[in-house]
Design a protein around this ligand. Structure first.
Ligand code: AMP
Length: 468
């Protein structure tokens, strides 16, 4: 993991309450645009930042304007100009979520296309932050329903789009009504010529911030559970039964712990497989094939064995043992959550491991949320079984078998529907096909009695093999 400390919100001069709120929202790491712009923005600099939607740019300017806000003064202290009503709504929502740490911050949306009167009424009650389209904001300024005398932050969001939409004049007129001693933050995905003019006009000694990639942020919900050593492995099944994740990596600190956990989970009816350094290459491949094709729901792994694994769509990470290395923790939990979807990271810690938790909290910059183990209950829905099952066919690349041959045999003569068949992996000597769990035995029977590429084949459920 690359110096996560620099990516942690804890490196920023934000209050404990704000840090805690970020943790609650699942914001664990800053996105590249946040890491590049927040230190400057919080220091009061004007910025020209290149950022796309989905890069976390809203939080980049929202945290900054909230930082300077005085909740006790019911005056508009920050104004965000955006090109569209849709974006105004999104920005307003994100600001409200980030403002939860403070008392009663009032955010108003002022967009064209909505009746004027309710907006004027809301403004008359006072607000701290206004988000709106340039034309409508100007309209309010001209009527006197909006006053910018106390403004300390002006944000131009998606400035290039605002220029495209012909808002340049309106923006200029709005900016002229704002105090000179303010901070101006300009965000834009592209840099057409108008942006340079705009920044020369409204920004003071601006810093330019660009990031190589605008990798989408991930939100990770982290919950910790205190366990006694004797209940640790059973606590894992309690977590699985409560949250019912379809795919989980459970990290253990030792190989032995991996083996023990797989034994416990298997005895309880879960489909769990161990991935540790002592597996032979073929066994390792089989484990990964089964996890990736949806026929194993829990992968129990050591950190070393999981290194370099590229597994998409991981719903949950369980830290069966708390790692002594806080950076390893960040690396572990970073495997859950996809762009836009919330990930779940559950950590089991014994009293002896509280020092480790402290170091993790320090690195991440927030306090872990704790929940008692006995608050977990079995969710309905029967045993947590994966949707698929893996069949192993004797014969692979050496026999010139291709995935299409297998799919053809299953959907042709054997009469199964394509929708019942999942991923097919062909290795040198074996092929693996995922099929719906409910038809697995039937497929074995029919394929064994039929032919693949004109020849009889040996087929078995991989699970039967390992049980034998
Ligand atoms: P934006 O580019 O501002 O539209 O943000 C895209 C999405 O990422 C929004 O849903 C935000 O709530 C979310 N988000 C922003 N920053 C972070 C972060 N550091 N970690 C996780 N999610 C984030």
């Amino acid at each position: 993991m690359n110096v996560p400390a620099a990516k942690s919100f804890s490196s920023l001069p934000l209050s404990v309450a704000v840090q805690a709120n970020l943790a609650q929202l699942g914001y664990v790491e800053m996105t590249p645009i946040q890491a590049a712009s927040l230190p400057l923005a919080l220091a009061g600099k004007d910025l020209i930042a290149q950022a796309q939607t989905g890069s976390g740019k809203t939080a980049a300017f929202a945290l900054s304007l909230l930082h300077r806000l005085d909740a006790a003064r019911m005056q508009v202290q920050a104004l965000v100009l955006v090109p569209t009503r849709e974006l105004a709504d999104q920005v307003t929502q994100e600001i409200r979520r980030l403002a939860r740490a403070a008392d009663n911050i009032k955010v108003l949306t002022l967009c064209g296309g909505s009746p004027m009167k309710p907006q004027m009424e809301s403004l008359s009650f006072g607000a701290h932050i206004a988000v709106g389209t340039p034309g409508r904001v100007l309209d309010h300024l001209e009527r006197g329903s909006l006053v910018l005398a106390e403004l300390n932050t002006l944000v131009l969001d998606e400035a290039d789009r605002m220029l495209d939409m012909g808002f340049a004049d309106d923006i200029a007129r709005v900016a002229r009504q704002a105090p000179k001693a303010r901070q101006t933050l300009l965000f834009s995905a592209t840099y057409p010529e108008g942006i340079a003019q705009m920044s020369a006009q409204f920004l003071r000694d601006p810093q330019t911030v660009k990031v190589a990639s605008s990798a989408a942020p991930k939100a990770i919900e982290q919950i910790a559970f205190e366990v006694a050593e004797s209940e640790r492995l059973h606590a894992v099944s309690a977590l699985l039964e409560h949250y019912r994740p379809t795919s989980t990596i459970a990290f253990c600190n030792t190989k032995q712990q991996c083996r023990d956990l797989v034994d416990v989970l298997t005895a309880q009816g879960f489909v769990a497989l161990a991935l540790h350094g002592e597996l032979e290459q073929r066994d390792r491949d089989q484990v990964l094939i089964q996890f990736a094709n949806g026929s194993c729901s829990v992968l129990v792994a050591t950190d070393v064995a999981a290194r370099g694994l590229d597994i998409a769509q991981l719903e949950c990470v369980i830290n069966v043992d708390t790692t002594p290395d806080a950076e390893v923790h960040v690396h572990r939990i970073g495997r859950t959550g996809r762009a836009g979807a919330q990930g779940l990271a559950l950590t089991l810690a014994s009293l002896d491991e509280m020092g480790r938790i402290g170091r993790i909290e320090q690195l991440l910059g927030f306090e872990m949320r704790w929940q008692p183990l006995d608050s977990l209950s079995k969710a309905p829905g029967g045993p947590l079984l994966p949707a698929m099952d893996t069949l192993q066919i004797l014969g692979g690349r050496k026999e010139k078998i291709r995935p299409g041959d297998i799919l053809g045999a299953l959907t042709g003569e054997a009469g199964f529907a394509g929708s019942q068949i999942g991923k097919i992996n062909v290795t040198e000597f074996h092929s693996y096909v995922a099929v719906q769990r409910s038809i697995a035995r039937d497929v074995v029977k029919r394929l064994s009695n039929g032919k693949l590429k004109g020849r009889k084949v040996k087929v078995r459920r991989l699970a039967d093999l390992s049980e034998a």
